[in-house]
Ligand binder design. Structure first.
Ligand SMILES: [Ca+2]
Length: 252
């Protein structure tokens, strides 16, 4: 019997056992590697998904930030618009005042058509209507006084004054000289003109309030063919409501 045969017959069981263990370990190593690879792939996929979701969230947050910025800008623009509208309103008032001043420098008829002409007023408190056409700025007409209560005088609702020019003229401008005291009572004034007191057209409106002795120039938008010119405070409340006029001058 050779040496090899002798070794095999003595150690066969040991060789089988060692071979079996080597094969078993190899299979275990291969399986572990395969399972690890699969797990890593799956893990990578999950990380990618997570990354995608995270990017989408970032985009939404960025959009929300942009939206908030746009909203803030719109609010700021809204506030700027309100300020500009107020400034525009103030400028418009200045333009109106300048236009009136410009009109006042234009050539009008040289003669006051109302001077010493016949007149009337809705009611009288001491001072007659013709004090407004006497050429004297210290005298004034005064509509009715109806009582005194709660510390104030009571006048009348919508008091008016008118003048008869005696002939028909193309009335374009009416100058009103305010009384030298209680001048704030002149406001909300309609100036109308027409061929008869029952057929009057609006020449101009004065918002007021006026100051003592103020000259208020009223200009008709269109010349009005008129024999009569009428001034009326359009306020219906009678409390401290009077029309008193130092002078009224009417021009073509
Ligand atoms: Ca007068």
């Amino acid at each position: 019997m050779s040496r090899l045969q002798t070794f095999w017959s003595r150690n066969r069981a040991l060789v089988y056992t060692v071979s079996g263990l080597i094969l078993g370990y190899s299979i275990a190593i291969v399986m572990s590697y395969l399972l690890f690879s699969i797990g890593q792939e799956k893990g990578r996929g999950n990380i990618q998904n997570f990354t995608v979701r995270s990017q989408a969230t970032e985009n939404v947050l960025d959009l929300l930030k942009e939206f908030n910025k746009v909203q803030e800008r719109m609010d700021a623009l809204q506030r700027e618009t309100v300020v500009l509208q107020k400034e525009n309103s103030v400028l418009q008032e200045r333009i109106d005042a300048l236009e009136k001043a410009q009109i006042a420098t234009k050539e009008f008829g040289r003669f006051d058509l109302a001077y010493k002409k016949n007149c009337g007023q809705s009611s009288t408190y001491r001072e007659a209507c013709n004090n407004a056409v006497d050429g004297n700025l210290e005298t004034f007409s005064h509509t009715g006084h109806t009582g005194f209560s709660n510390g104030v005088n009571n006048g009348t609702s919508k008091p008016y004054w008118w003048v008869d020019l005696g002939n028909t003229y193309k009335v374009r401008r009416v100058d009103v000289y305010n009384r030298l005291s209680s001048g704030n009572r002149l406001y909300n004034l309609d100036v109308t003109a027409g061929k008869s007191l029952s057929g009057m057209s609006l020449c101009d409106h004065y918002k007021g309030r006026a100051s003592n002795g103020e000259l208020v120039i009223l200009v008709c938008r269109q010349p009005i063919e008129a024999r009569y010119v009428k001034l009326q405070i359009m306020e219906a409340n009678s409390t401290d409501n009077y029309l008193h006029l130092a002078a009224v001058e009417v021009y073509e």
